[in-house]
Design a protein around this ligand. Sequence first.
Ligand code: FES
Length: 107
Amino acid sequence: MSDFHDVMRLVDLPEGTAKRVEIDGEAIALVHTRGEVFAVDDTCTHAEVSLAEGEIDGCTLECWLHGSRFDLRTGQPSGPPATRAIAIHPVDVVGVGDDAIIRVAVT
Ligand code: FES
């Protein structure tokens, strides 16, 4: 069972951006794209760089170092050099407008 943590306000993560946050000591990349917020492990499974600094393209996040693209819905890489998936985490957005809060559960 995992608990949800209040992480940040939705207005602080504009559409088309990603941010690295720490939750319970874990580095998580929050990504706001296509009207949805995703939370995935921030560390690339290939060479341990921050994915939050990568490029967002639809529902994928591209690692800036060697270009593997991770599906934000499944965590699976679509191609090499990364071969292992990143973990994905449940996200809940509570409230509306400027008061909306992004909540994330890490397992
Ligand atoms: S470090 Fe991410 S693909 Fe190589």
